[in-house]
Design a protein around this ligand. Sequence first.
Ligand code: PEP
Ligand code: MG
Length: 325
Amino acid sequence: LSELAEGALEQDAVLKNGESVNIYLNAGLSPRYEQQINVGVDGVGLYRTELPFMLHNGFPSEDEQKQLYREVLQLFSTKPVVLRTLDIGADKQLPYMPINEENPSLGWRGIRIMLDQPEIFLIQLRAMFRADQPLGNLRILLPMITSIDEVDDAIKLINRAKDEVSQLLKQPIRMPEIGVMLEVPSLLFLLPELKKRIDFISIGTNDFTQYLLAVDRNNTHVATLYDNLHPSVIRFLARVNEECRRLDLPISVCGEMAGQPVSAMVLIALGYRSLSMSGRSVPRMKYLIRQLDPNLTADLVPELLAAETSNGVRRVVGEFMEKNG
Ligand code: PEP
Ligand code: MG
């Protein structure tokens, strides 16, 4: 961490009007590094459980998984830790479970695999519940959700795993907060139904941008078309935030947008107050947040929403930054 960064890491993430922004860590691979960041974040907003799975030679056992999850829950024991259930398929392949498909981003991935292979899902969920005893800071996040049926089916399995662990440990176990990743645009129209079932939404802007714009996030031929600042992405994010506020459904952003200065500024202008990002982005984002006055960024919104092109969005942000230092 640079000198500026070290000071910035420990500062509060407070906007110029005193409003705070919650900063969470996207974690997964290096607990030692993540421990350094602990002091600077409000918790773990996204732990990608598939990352350790990708480094194993086969599916880690329930006990091995329990150890992995316990480590991160313990490291952040006074703060919430969001463990995302396995998000394999598409760009995240396990060498011991190859999936070959013509159209993998639209294929068998994430929650779809878990609901088709409930034994894999149940092992992971039991490991999460066991790791959480007696810490109690676990939250569970479901990736690649497109419909309410998937949420209901996943919650049934979560309840089953909870009951099994409760029987095993001969004690009642609390239900953790459950969240859904908004990665597929279909969920915009299902937020009221989600509100009845879950506790929070986390927007995965990496996949969300891919699915809204029909642009493969990893294909270099179309890399210039993959743009987080496309006007439709901006307008969509504005709508999602408004709708979640109306429903009183907590919302945060955990895609790369949340850790990059220009797009994070846009998110703050649109009203987002909870961002999850990689460790290296945390200090600079806290620094940026402390320079921002939400009364001024709010004035940007009509211009942002009126921008006709990605360059138009960039121009609005660029002019704002120039004017306000
Ligand atoms: C996302 O899609 O924005 C996200 C955070 O998940 P991942 O990058 O792991 O697909
Ligand atoms: Mg994703």
